[in-house]
Design a protein around this ligand. Structure first.
Ligand code: C2E
Ligand code: MG
Ligand code: MG
Length: 540
């Protein structure tokens, strides 16, 4: 072709800071460019090393899936990957790969400097909603065509049960890597629970092709009968950011509920109009439920790890009709400013329960939206005055699903409530961006560490360091700590070792219609999973 090598290099560096070639044995065969600046290693030091050493351990499964999924003559990426830091600060690069047919199976990779991603795993659904909204905005400016792919992996839950905990943990890592590698930039895939996943990626391929590739990359022994199915929703249409969020939420809800069977919307505009219809129906149902108190409360035990695992109190969770999570309804109520009457109705019922059973201590969830409302605080004080028998046995969990804008006002209200004898717990610490500010500026008695950190503990991540530091920081502030979603004895052992005061989760009991008390303990423990909880201990 007569093109000089230096000319080709010029083209390559027009778009990249570092070029690497990975040989078929996984070793770096060639490196040129800003290697020192990106990775802290000289180019010459990279050659002969395994590519894995060059990539941050948290992103290796994703890069592996990127390399495994390469088709000859087709570019893959870019994915934003963090590079092994060698003790320096975090560095990241957008990595693209290409395999030339005539190059002995070697893979050419380019890296260009990028902002590190916030997450190195799968998002939860609200994380995916946020990422999708942000990508949608960018796509409008850049003309990028994106779609939401919904993936069902039939047989996966059964496989998890059939293999040991170590194999499960390896499988989850591979799965996360494979799904991330298919998503835009490697940062737009989510775990929706059970066998359901979702990701945002570029359009241009059918769901079937994606499903087939996922299965191939996962390389699960066919005897396990795991299957993959995927369908897609193109993210194009003239919709506002809030319409988009509702439409995504609608699509995810119906997929989580009914899987591939769901008659999901075919276009974004249809998803928008369906979500509007659903919101109207839900608003009516919520108003009705609050007006005629046709909701139920369920109770989940919280134990005191410092007192032999004795029962400390119960968290009160609301249920509308069936046993499904109230979360979508709560979030809608918050967005449409309908949460205060619901929170008040729950407090009213909780106080009645406390009066009915003097052995109980109960924690009610209160939205960040309600806590900044003076009428809410006034109404609670009136109810307390009307129910003196409940005094000193009520706790509020301040949820973070709605951000609190005026922290000073919220704190004045919290102080007024604490003066009435209500203990204040900050829920879901670490889930939202504002947790530290809340801890700093709000008067709290207890901090509840978000369940994601507790569940990750079992996979031996960095979470245990995070929890230990949080516990010692709370200790200095005179605030107790509570770990939620403690599902296994291993998780309990880990949070106990970290010095956490209280624990809650399936290990001790799922939310139940009947609180677990000294009288009902035998009965309720017999009919649900979880371990026996000791008698009520003192409060505080
Ligand atoms: P939350 O306050 O963080 O409640 C904990 C959630 O985790 C509950 O879900 C509970 O059923 C679930 N859970 C408990 N133990 C485990 C476990 O070991 N593993 C797992 N995977 N999950 C566990 P639920 O009942 O669906 O509630 C969801 C959210 O809805 C609550 O999160 C809270 O933010 C909100 N919520 C519930 N009831 C009320 C209420 O009356 N008022 C307000 N404002 N929000 C509420
Ligand atoms: Mg809570
Ligand atoms: Mg929570």
């Amino acid at each position: 072709m007569g093109v000089a090598p230096h000319r080709l290099l010029g083209f390559a560096f027009a778009n990249a800071d570092l070029l690497l070639e990975i040989a078929s044995d996984g070793q770096i065969a060639f490196a040129i460019g800003a290697s020192e600046a990106l990775s802290g290693s000289q180019e010459t030091a990279l050659v002969g090393r395994a590519w894995r050493d060059f990539i941050d351990p948290r992103d290796r499964a994703m890069v592996q899936a990127l390399l495994d999924g390469l088709t000859e003559g087709k570019r893959a990426g870019p994915l934003v990957v963090s590079l092994a830091s060698n003790g320096r600060g975090e560095r990241a690069a957008a990595m693209s790969t290409f395999r030339l047919p005539a190059n002995d199976g070697a893979i050419s990779c380019t890296f260009s400097r990028a902002q590190p991603s916030q997450s190195h795993g799968l998002h939860d659904r609200s994380g995916l909603e946020a990422v999708t909204a942000a990508l949608f905005e960018t796509s409008k400016a850049t003309g990028l065509e994106l779609e939401l792919a919904l993936v069902e992996m039939g047989g996966l839950p059964a496989l998890r049960k059939a293999i040991g905990p170590e194999a499960v943990s390896a499988l989850e890592q591979r799965l996360a890597g494979v799904l991330r590698a298919q998503s835009h930039g490697g940062g737009a895939a989510a775990d929706l629970g059970g066998d359901r996943y979702a990701l945002v990626r570029h359009t241009g391929e059918t769901g079937e092709v994606l499903a087939k590739r996922l299965l191939q990359l996962l390389a699960i022994d066919p005897v396990h009968g795991v299957e993959a199915n995927a369908k897609t929703l193109a993210l194009k249409g003239d919709v506002s950011p809030s319409q988009l969020i509702r439409a995504i939420r609608y699509s995810l809800d119906s997929f989580i509920k009914d899987g591939m069977k769901a008659e999901g919307p075919d276009t974004l505009n249809e998803a928008v109009s369906r979500s509007v219809r659903r919101t109207l129906v839900d608003v009516g149902a919520l108003g009705q439920a609050v007006a005629d108190r046709s909701f139920r409360l369920v109770y989940q035990p919280v134990v005191d790890l410092k007192k032999n695992g004795g029962l400390h109190h119960h968290e009160v969770l609301v249920r509308f009709g069936d046993n499904a999570s109230p979360f979508p309804m709560i979030r809608m109520a918050e967005e449409l400013d309908l949460i205060e009457p619901l929170d008040l109705a729950v407090v009213e019922r909780t106080l009645a329960k406390l009066v009915e059973d003097p052995s109980l201590h109960l924690a009610a969830n209160i939205s960040g939206r309600s806590i900044v409302s003076s009428s809410f605080v006034e109404a609670v004080r009136t109810m307390l005055a009307d129910n003196p028998k409940a005094e000193g046995r009520l706790l509020f969990e301040l949820t973070e699903s709605a951000a609190i804008e005026d922290l000073a006002l919220a704190d004045r209200h919290l102080q007024a409530l604490r003066a009435e004898g209500i203990l204040i717990c900050l829920d879901d610490f670490g889930a939202g961006a504002a947790s530290l500010a809340y801890l700093q500026q709000l008067s709290l008695d207890i901090v509840k560490i978000d369940g994601r950190y507790i569940r990750e503990l079992q996979h031996g991540g960095r979470e245990s360091t995070f929890i230990r530091h949080l516990v010692s920081m709370c200790g200095e502030l005179g605030v107790k700590t509570l770990a939620e979603m403690v599902e296994t004895p291993q998780a309990e052992e880990a949070v106990r070792r970290a010095g956490v005061d209280y624990a809650q989760g399936w290990l001790y009991g799922a939310p139940n219609d009947v609180p677990m008390g000294p009288l009902s303990a035998t009965v309720t423990n017999a009919v649900r999973p979880g371990r026996r909880v000791g008698a009520v201990d003192s409060w505080g």
